[in-house]
Design a protein around this ligand. Structure first.
Ligand SMILES: Cc1cc2nc3c(=O)[nH]c(=O)nc-3n(C[C@H](O)[C@H](O)[C@H](O)COP(=O)(O)OP(=O)(O)OC[C@H]3O[C@@H](n4cnc5c(N)ncnc54)[C@H](O)[C@@H]3O)c2cc1C
Length: 404
């Protein structure tokens, strides 16, 4: 089979790239290869479903460039198809008085990035969310944050791409590459010859890039995101996203409350960010990779030892949030009236791959794309890559079109 583009990985990033390559009439033919039997078994199907509004990111970053536009476009796409969408906004509150200045910082970042943001005083916060506590009384309001059902979005995009003629080859865990000949051999010995290959393999993007001798200086480290839930019988009812002011030195947003896109009573709390023992170690001891896990912990050790931005405290705190009393303590900082009886452990779990730079010995905070000859590698599609996927795809296409 000959194809213009071969995309490795059918997550939201891979599918959005396929969609935009067709929209822009850059590709006549596209083949998407995924190792799983169905799509959505990793980040794009397992995430919180929050369409972020573009508040957190430093204005010169790629995240800042694509989040607001991507969020607006994905929301519109979801609306046009009448898929579940909860336009419930987001409240961000400082959980300690000394974090109050972050409200101003986030306000400035939000404005610089083109997001709509408002600072609320205590009266306005209490009127909207009487149960919520802000240590300083102030809050940041983001009216454009929304929630979708991520797997529903992904599956709909897959369906539309199939209708447009995109060819999917699923269940392909053992494909082989001859990069010089631009030829992939699939499990059943089928050959796919391509003009350009785009690696969107999410939590295995580094492994795929290595096959092309690209990105050898990077390694993805898996962090497990566990969730708790507010019981449907609980008196705690909030229909907005409620987030703490994040620690901007670490790549996670802190434990937050996220209502469902369509189930009135479902509120998720989480995700945590615990170093995982394998890239797909979702449950218990399944798919543990002991050597790799030990190596990953060594990578994190440096950041842990230098403790820049309070990394050590963050790791301790995050690693233990699967324990109910500790999760409750975090939750109470935002909703003081929540009790142990309100919480149940959720089966929902996701794994967030974070890109570790072997030279700086730090985690990369921004999206990163690397180019090879006839190949492009999306190496760090962390949050908000789901939200931003259409705009991120356009950015990748515009910046690589001379290589296509
Ligand atoms: C717990 C959690 C919560 C999150 N919350 C949010 C949120 O609220 N909002 C937001 O915007 N983002 C959120 N994110 C981030 C978001 O989910 C990701 O940024 C996004 O889904 C990345 O998409 P992707 O296509 O790059 O990766 P993936 O969805 O992981 O897709 C990669 C695909 O590649 C396939 N693959 C891997 N290796 C190979 C191989 N060797 N050969 C063939 N196929 C391969 C996999 O099977 C998979 O289907 C969250 C992530 C997690 C884990």
């Amino acid at each position: 089979m000959n194809t213009d583009f071969c995309i490795i990985g059918g997550g939201m990033v891979g599918l959005s790239l396929a969609n935009q390559l067709l929209e822009k009439e850059i590709a006549q033919s596209i083949v998407i290869i995924d190792k799983e039997r169905e799509l959505g078994l990793h980040s794009s199907g397992l995430n919180s479903g929050v369409l972020h509004a573009g508040i957190y990111y430093e204005p010169n970053t790629l995240k800042a460039k694509v989040c607001v536009d991507g969020s607006r476009r994905l929301k519109q796409w979801v609306k046009e198809r009448s898929l579940p969408l909860n336009e419930c906004g987001k409240v961000i509150v400082p959980q300690d008085q000394n974090l109050d200045p972050q409200i101003d910082l986030l306000y400035e970042r939000g404005q610089a990035n083109g997001a709509t943001v408002e600072i609320w005083d205590e009266k306005k916060l209490k009127a909207f969310l009487p149960l919520c506590r802000s240590a300083s009384g102030r809050a940041l309001w983001s009216p454009n944050t929304a929630v979708v059902k991520p797997k529903t979005v992904l599956n709909r995009l897959e369906k539309e791409l199939r209708e447009k003629g995109v060819i999917f080859r699923l269940n392909q865990s053992e494909w082989e590459i001859n990069a010089l000949k631009r030829l992939i051999t699939l499990n059943n010995n089928e050959k796919v010859s391509y003009s350009h290959l785009i690696n969107c393999a999410g939590l295995r993007a580094d492994e795929v890039a290595y096959k092309f001798d690209i990105g050898l200086n990077y390694k993805l480290l898996p962090f497990k995101g566990l969730y708790w839930q507010v019981k449907s019988s609980s008196k705690i009812k909030i229909n907005t996203n409620l987030y703490p002011v994040p620690d901007l030195n670490v790549p996670f947003l802190g434990v937050h409350f996220t209502p469902s896109a369509d189930e009135q009573t479902l509120i998720n709390i989480g995700p945590t960010a615990t170093p995982a023992l394998g890239r797909e170690n979702y449950y218990g001891l399944e798919k543990i990779e002991p050597l790799s896990a030990a190596n990953n912990l060594l990578c994190l050790l440096n950041q842990y030892l230098i403790n820049e931005g309070g990394f050590r405290k963050y790791v301790h705190q995050q690693s233990l949030l699967f324990l109910k009393p500790l999760m409750l303590k975090e939750a109470k900082k935002l909703l003081p009236s929540i009790t142990s009886d309100d919480l149940i452990f959720s089966k929902k779990v996701g794994i967030r791959p974070q890109l570790f730079n072997k030279t700086t010995k730090k985690l990369e905070n921004d999206f990163l794309c690397l180019n090879g000859k006839n190949s492009t590698h999306v190496m760090n599609a962390i949050s908000p890559a789901f939200t931003a996927s259409f705009a991120l795809a356009d950015f990748i296409i515009e910046n690589n079109s001379k290589n296509f």
